[in-house]
Design a protein around this ligand. Sequence first.
Ligand code: NAD
Length: 464
Amino acid sequence: MKQHDAMYIDGSWRPAAGSGTIDVVNPADGQVIAAVPAGSAQDVDAAVRAARAALPAWAATSPAERAGLLTALRDQLAARAEEIAETVTAELGSPLAFSTAVHAGVPVAVCGSYAELARSYAFEEKIGNSTVLHEPVGVVGAITPWNYPLHQVVAKVAPALAAGCTVVLKPAEDTPLVAQLFAECVDAAGIPAGVFNLVTGLGPVAGQALAEHEGVDLVSFTGSTAVGRKIGAAAGAAVKRVALELGGKSANVILPSADLAKAVGVGVANVMANSGQTCSAWTRMLVHEDRYAEAVELAVAAVAKYVPGERVGPLVNAKQRDRVRGYIEQGVAQGAKVVAGGPEAPRETGYYVKPTVFADVTPEMTIAQEEIFGPVLSILPYRDEDDAARIANGTVYGLAGAVWAGEAEEAVAFARRLDTGQVDINGGRFNPLAPFGGYKQSGVGRELGPHGLTEYLQTKSLQF
Ligand code: NAD
């Protein structure tokens, strides 16, 4: 696997200040495939200085110029899609078809959308006797997780660059290779030195140094709620902007009038995609008690298609595998019924977990409250719509969800009752322009499309 033993800072690959490295492991077989430098606070400081120095000239470019460079970046990502997919499969473990369609495909669409938005967005507006300028926030510190490793990078870097901000990225330690590939694409696109900088390293070292650096104006973080809380607190103390995309425990609410087979089939597929490592996954399926037994049967049949090593990959590392298995054991201990899968390892090598379905789950159980981040589905019965809404809204999270009904209007009426940032109606497909982000403890701020762009802008009002 291609790798750089350096950081991408100020337009070139530079050796790290220290000599520590981080091994990159293929989760399908546990083999070390590469090593990248473990950046220190010194490397972060060099990167932030480069970003700060590049800011005035970049912020002064015309939106059309930035649009042109983002188009070039999009073209680089598209041209190297195959390499990107292979890299993500090697370091994350997702099946190649999924890596190609989603991990490589979605970032091309998102980057392209920001090239368009840079061109079309109104960076100036008139309000009465004022002209309001939408100006870049400044230097962005971006900290990303491993589950959608390139998407989460592009969902921050593309709008930041479109806005006229400069960026320092600290990617997840499990998936640094695709971040290095991204830096190569930025370089090849001709984006000026210092506008984008990459520091690989550990969260509590490089990540924390970036989040706390006084030269960073906005911290944009995606990952666990525990780390997000710390980053939010540090940003609050420093009075700097912060965007947090955190966990979820989304409900898939199947109303009695829905096409049950379709709703269950799509629901199972949604949870199994990316081995369940999706923050917006519909991990709680809510079914009316009259159709509950039928839904459980359908889910068991649907999950049988997800054979570990074929349609479903391993988890990203041994720690996540153990964590997910721990949750499955806890589900059993609290009285839920395993109707498919279970805690045993499905393969001798690799960090695989059996695709698992729980029935007889009650809303208070740990598996119905906490984000498991693995291929585990809980099916819960409800009595009536009020009960369904209460259960759906009964966690600390509010990231996403789904509603199924015979008619879209009926589903929409129920969706209005959900405390969540996104709801897919009768299987509505992912929209890379729709605002993505959470209610409640799922986060602060929105990514993607024009709403994602405004996160990186601040306003200045001129009165005439
Ligand atoms: P994490 O929050 O520990 O890591 C996410 C990013 O933050 C990584 O780049 C990491 O290096 C960095 N980081 C870690 N500690 C930091 C610190 N103190 N200061 C600054 N940066 C720091 O998440 P994880 O350990 O990779 O995953 C754990 C759990 O988080 C998962 O099981 C899942 O529940 C959740 N998660 C959610 C999402 C999401 O998209 N919402 C993505 C990944 C993980």
